[in-house]
Design a protein around this ligand. Structure first.
Ligand code: DGJ
Length: 718
């Protein structure tokens, strides 16, 4: 719901779980409330303090300063010394003073100049104008039941200028908070870290040209002592896959400003007369039921309004990918042998990974040459696709569209198509260069090559990889335009092949963000397939992102990344908490492991609806105690499934007690698993009295508990 009261100058926005209000003050939008539902704009309940040395709006007693006001969008150079959301520089001006010029409630979700956007919702646009720079600023607010999407747009009127900063939003919150970030590196993505921000600034950012393995474009600000299911928590996640910056700043009044948008280190964007630039959208959510409530608000909004509608709730293909089993060393015979061994086990998509194109025998050559490597695949892809079909599987193919090797036909024909600075040799990473996707002719070429392959064969799935970060920029514009080129290619592929299922990837989870999720219903979560490491990575990833996005495979042990051996059953259970698949050579499995593939795929199909549509409850913090415990509960409270993995057995074990969530207190449930078999309890008993997991006798042993609502007529037990 959106209400604008033009007499009072107040704006009131409300979803099901939150309300958001601001008011006009001296032509600015002053923030009043973002949090749990209220019935109006409680402006008269606000008290403001003035601190000296911030210039006043009017220099007289009782006047206020922009430097102390909670603002909807902060500017540079007019008395607000905190972080600006917008900063521009033109001939003779370096400050702005945007004043309200109107607003409109829009009938459809506005586009954002080629950036990915959410769909649906009710959108408010608030307009501002600055006379000196002759520029206009628009703030967009789209209301969804459990989240709010914000973005900003700036346009040049009669004077050109350079945009140095453009944030998606500014959120001025009362008080100080604990900040959560998802940080790490390749094979160790999105590890949860939380610290108190009570002084200065905390900055989360990527300047790598991608959202990166190192720091995810997400943050949470939580009140002190908030936990998984209690306390007030704000979450924010950018719909962008390039360099970004998120800043939390505590001011002199001990209030916190949160800003997120383009990374100013990588960005300086000239706008000519009449041109417009949009920030990315950002999803912000509020929870008064802790981090768990925040994650469920994120998941519901992302699933219902961002991830491609057609696939978000559709049953996912169970994949066998050949990467970890063959790497580059395969031919049709080897692949067909693997498929034979998997026939009838419930695997339904064979994905041929890196090495099928150009003359690629290792990672030194052929990126950019998207035609079949006939030495490995003599009859093209037809033979392997036919074999996959005979074995009950469809076929998927790997691409890395944004890259080129200097040893390639494409590079020899167009050596200037890689991102470079004239006069300097561009750096390589994994022996590859980055194609300049800011140039439409480069995107056109890659689109034509991909289209040719995809239309010549029966291909149902692609895995879109990206294996190095950006360097050697010729200016501060190309990096963002590169990202727009990537989105353009993804959009064109989807439009041309609407039935193609696309999995995202960037050396594992290097681009695990909402920008990618607008096109890719699932993303390869990490190159690290070790189930213990994955517990930590998947735990962190679950804070802002739905489990269904996380593509997880059972791989061989000792694990190629970590060297660790984890029970096959645990590998299966951890991988099932997402889009499930395999990445192994079936000939290397014991007979028992091989046989259990079928029971795993059947199990996955039985629980898949919980992964796709369920509510997530994190019952433990594995970063603190080495115990991973996640519950998936059906939204109608009919069932729940709990996965428990303890990393190491303990010499003096204490049973680990959990309190399931998301059940109907009055209903009777049958509980199965290691804690009890077929006993019945009320939801109230289960949620309030909890249950103990038995002592663990082996490192990384997985335990599962299923909780199902008993059918009518069952005698109530406890
Ligand atoms: C990195 C990906 O994350 C892997 O799964 C695999 O596709 C390789 N690239 C192939 O080069």
């Amino acid at each position: 719901m959106i209400k604008y009261d033009s007499n009072a100058g107040t704006f009131f926005l409300a979803g099901d779980t939150y309300s958001y209000s601001f008011r006009l003050y001296e032509g600015k939008c002053e923030s009043v409330h973002f949090g749990a539902a209220s019935d109006g704009v409680p402006f008269s309940l606000r008290k403001y303090t003035y601190r000296n040395f911030s210039p006043m709006i009017e220099d007289k007693r009782g006047s206020r300063s922009f430097g102390d006001m909670p603002l909807e969008y902060s500017e540079y150079g007019r008395g607000d010394y905190r972080t600006p959301a917008v900063q521009i520089e033109g001939d003779g001006f370096a400050s702005t003073d945007y004043r309200f010029s109107g607003c409109e409630i829009l009938s459809s979700h506005p586009q954002a100049g080629g950036l990915p956007v959410f769909r649906g919702g009710e959108t408010l646009r608030v307009d501002f104008y600055d006379a000196v720079s002759d520029s206009s600023l628009k703030l967009y607010y789209t209301v969804y039941p459990s989240g709010l999407v914000r973005r900003a747009e700036i346009s040049a009127g009669g004077k050109p200028f350079t945009v140095r900063r453009l944030a998606s939003f500014c959120l001025d919150l009362n008080g100080c908070y604990e900040m959560t970030a998802l940080v790490g590196g390749h094979g160790n993505e999105r590890r949860r870290r939380t610290w108190k921000v009570d002084t200065g600034k905390s900055v989360l950012e990527s300047n790598r040209g991608t959202s990166s393995h190192q720091c995810n474009p997400f943050t949470a600000l939580a009140e002190k002592d908030a936990g998984e299911e209690h306390g007030r928590v704000y979450g924010a996640s950018l719909v962008y896959s390039g360099s970004f910056r998120i800043e939390a700043e505590v001011d002199q009044l001990h209030n916190t400003r949160l800003i997120a948008g383009y990374n100013p280190d990588d960005f300086s964007y000239p706008l000519a007369k009449g041109e417009t630039l949009s920030s990315p959208e950002a999803l912000i959510v509020f929870s008064d039921s802790g981090y768990g409530g925040m994650s469920r608000a994120f998941a519901d909004t992302i699933r219902d309004y961002l991830i491609p509608e057609k696939y978000v709730y559709a049953s996912r293909p169970i994949v066998i990918n050949n990467w970890e089993s063959t790497y580059f060393n395969f031919d049709e015979e080897i692949l067909c042998g693997m498929l034979d061994k998997l026939k009838g086990l419930g695997v339904d998509m064979f994905v041929l990974d890196d090495g099928w194109f150009g003359h690629r025998d290792d990672d030194h050559s052929s990126l950019g040459d998207w035609f079949i490597y006939s030495k490995k695949l003599r009859g093209g892809l037809a033979g392997i696709i036919k074999k996959a079909r005979e074995c009950g599987m469809r076929f998927g193919l790997w691409f890395e569209p944004e890259m080129v090797n200097s040893d390639s036909r494409l590079y020899r024909e167009h050596p200037d198509w890689c991102i470079h600075t004239e006069g300097r040799t561009p750096l390589t990473g994994r022996y590859q260069l980055v194609l300049d996707f800011s140039r439409p002719e480069v995107v056109d070429n890659i689109f034509s090559q991909m289209e040719k392959i995809l239309s010549s064969y029966d291909i149902s799935y692609i895995k879109w990889d990206m294996n190095r970060h950006l360097t050697d920029m010729p200016d501060f514009v190309t990096q963002h335009k590169f990202m727009l080129g990537v989105y353009d290619l993804a959009r064109r592929i989807v439009a041309r092949f609407p039935d193609l299922f696309m999995e995202g990837c960037s050396g594992g989870g290097g681009r695990y963000d909402l920008g990618m999720m607008a096109f890719f219903p699932q993303i390869w979560c990490s190159d690290n397939t070790d189930a213990q490491a994955r517990c930590l990575i998947q735990y962190g990833s679950s804070f802002p992102y739905p489990l269904s996005v996380s593509s997880n495979h059972v791989s061989i042990c000792p694990n190629h990344y970590s060297g660790r051996t984890v029970p096959f059953a645990t590998r299966g259970e951890v991988a099932m908490l997402g889009a499930f698949g395999y990445e192994l050579n079936p000939y290397q499995l014991s007979a028992e492991e091989h046989a259990s593939i079928q029971s795993q795929t059947e199990q996955y199909r039985r629980m898949e609806h919980l992964v796709l549509k369920g509510d997530l409850y994190r019952l433990s913090n594995p970063e603190e105690n080495g115990i991973f415990c996640m519950e998936l509960a059906a939204k109608d409270k009919s069932e729940a499934r709990i996965t428990f993995v303890q990393f190491a057995m303990q010499p003096d074990p204490t049973p680990f007690r959990i309190y399931p969530r998301g059940l109907d207190a009055d209903a009777v449930y049958t509980v199965c698993g290691d804690v009890t078999d077929n006993e019945q309890f009320t939801g109230r008993t289960l949620m309030n009295a909890g249950m103990d997991f038995p002592e663990v006798w082996r490192d990384n042993e997985a335990h599962i508990i299923t909780i199902n609502k008993a059918t009518h007529g069952t005698k109530k037990r406890v």
